[in-house]
Design a protein around this ligand. Structure first.
Ligand code: FES
Ligand code: FES
Length: 140
């Protein structure tokens, strides 16, 4: 369509072929689950991470009940955090996601949902592990 030439192919691809949709077992002790909602529109995102003994994210899945930008943001963040340490994943900003996906200002809250979801998943994982410190953590 006419809008396509304004977007990078990579961006369109996240809209048309979202990556890593699905679920992980939330009772698995190596899995953290984040469930967040966007007050602005009522959309909901669930993001789950699987973490190895070194505190690195080895798998990510999401389910998003929301608009195309929220789904593309979820898809983008799952690819971005795979292989990252929890500390690095904690630092991802929604503005980075929005920029990467060329989201217009009215769609900023959609990318915020993805930032909130990854943070919430990391917090859930850390809570589950009762403050256990992983290799490479707590250094700063
Ligand atoms: Fe309707 Fe987000 S406002 S899907
Ligand atoms: Fe609400 Fe996109 S998440 S409109």
């Amino acid at each position: 369509g006419a809008t396509r030439r304004f977007y990078h192919e990579k961006v369109i691809d996240h809209y048309e072929n979202p990556r890593n949709m699905g679920s992980l077992d939330k009772n698995d002790p190596t899995v953290g689950t984040g469930l967040v909602g966007a007050p602005a529109c009522g959309d909901v995102m669930r993001l789950q991470i699987k973490v190895d003994d070194s505190g690195n994210i080895t798998d990510v899945k999401f389910k998003t009940f929301g608009c195309g930008s929220a789904i593309a943001s979820s898809s983008y963040i799952t690819e971005r955090v795979r292989g990252m340490s929890l500390d690095d994943a904690m630092k991802i900003k929604n503005t980075e996601i929005a920029k990467e996906l060329c989201l217009p200002p009215v769609k900023l809250h959609c990318s915020m949902l993805a930032e909130d979801a990854i943070k919430s998943a990391i917090k859930d994982f850390r809570k589950k592990r009762g403050g256990e410190v992983f290799q490479g953590e707590g250094a700063k």
